[in-house]
Ligand binder design. Structure first.
Ligand code: KG4
Ligand code: ZN
Length: 335
């Protein structure tokens, strides 16, 4: 079964053709980052307009790369939640139009389920159940992946998402948007023991809280500035990243052990973080857990992961009718 998938929840307009959930025949991404960078973050109005301009081009390119026409596609999938509402509407309505014109099913996809599904592309043998840490610009979740389509949230952030904390701390350190990757690079040149940062506590042991940590970084920078003391930004990046990745690693590993999981996985934009990948690989080995993470190219927003999840939703009978809407927020376990 060949699915043409569209992803337009934030600042990437993406299209892909995926066969039987696991084989990516093509994947095209038009990123808007350079434009949003000027404003220090994503401007929703601009994002929607760029999706409108780019969607026909990326879809045509995805079909061309796969050497297919619309008539060869068996189903059309698009992210319908969560994300910027104007941005989601562009992708969903475009995909609905194609499904209607071709008389083929339309499949609405939860973005976070898509991120998790990126693992199925990198690891053809991976099958649920497993426990997954999903860390992106908008989410930090520990999720029980019970089947390809049934998930249950075990822990979540009580304030900022991990990626959001990376981006806000990076901005305070003088890096441009999105800052996660800049912190990752700077941290390699710094000393992770130079500054002391807090590890916030949460009521639920598998929940996360990153806003106190972000504020500690901002306060340290302001205090040094007021005193005329120079901040070693590389070391501050190293301390911040080490603290965040330790929290994420410790919580996922202890959740896996306590909940009896032998398989764990990582997903979302922050899954590209080199220290997080290393720490989780080492910790999994130490505790005898099998660990899966997507190829770096599949961590950020892309449509291949949406096509993959689309296949499993289709198999489960979860197609949508033409009245399906988009949602800026969307509960993971209800979709
Ligand atoms: O999943 P994603 O592409 O978009 C959302 O669904 O939010 O995630 C984007 C987030 C941004 O916050 C970005 O800074 C972060 O992923 N990110 C990273 C790295 N690469 C991207 N964070 C830390 N280290 C990285 N190497
Ligand atoms: Zn994402």
């Amino acid at each position: 079964m060949k699915i043409l998938a569209i992803e337009s929840s934030c600042d990437e307009t993406a299209a892909a053709v995926v066969e039987d959930g696991r084989t990516v025949l093509s994947s095209v991404i038009a990123t808007q980052i350079n434009e949003h960078k000027l404003y220090g973050g994503v401007v929703p109005e601009i994002a929607s307009r760029r999706h409108c301009e780019n969607i026909v081009g990326v879809t045509s390119e995805a079909l061309e790369m796969a050497k297919l026409g619309f008539e060869d596609i068996d189903g059309f999938a698009a992210t319908n939640s969560p994300g910027l509402i104007g941005a989601l509407l562009v992708g969903v309505n475009f995909a609905k139009g194609l499904a209607l014109a071709q008389n083929k099913p339309f499949i609405a996809i939860h973005h976070i389920k898509g991120h998790i599904a990126a693992n199925y592309i990198t690891h053809p043998d991976l099958q649920p159940p497993y426990l997954c840490l999903v860390v992106s610009g908008g989410h930090s979740h520990i999720v029980k992946v019970k089947s390809y389509t049934e998930l249950e949230t075990v822990g979540r952030t009580t304030d900022d998402a991990a990626g959001e904390a990376f981006d806000k701390a990076a901005r305070a350190m003088g890096f441009c948007y999105p800052g996660g990757v800049h912190i990752d690079r700077a941290a390699r040149l710094g000393d992770k023991s130079r500054y002391k940062l807090p590890k916030p506590h949460t009521k639920n042991e598998y929940d996360f809280s990153f806003s106190g940590l972000k504020t500690a970084v901002i306060n340290l920078l302001h205090n040094n500035e007021q005193k005329g003391t120079e901040t070693d930004v590389n070391s501050l990046a190293a301390c911040f990243q080490d603290t965040v990745t330790s929290i994420l690693t410790d919580k996922l590993i202890s959740a896996a052990i306590n909940l009896g999981y032998k398989k764990i996985a990582l997903a979302g934009g922050v899954a590209a973080n080199s220290q997080l990948r290393d720490k989780l690989s080492e910790a999994a080995k130490k505790h005898g857990l099998e660990f899966f993470m997507p190829d770096i190219s599949l961590c950020g927003d892309n449509a291949a992961m949406i096509g993959c999840q689309g296949y499993y939703e289709y198999l489960a009978g979860n197609t949508s009718d033409m009245s399906v809407n988009c949602f800026a927020t969307g509960k993971l376990h209800t979709l």
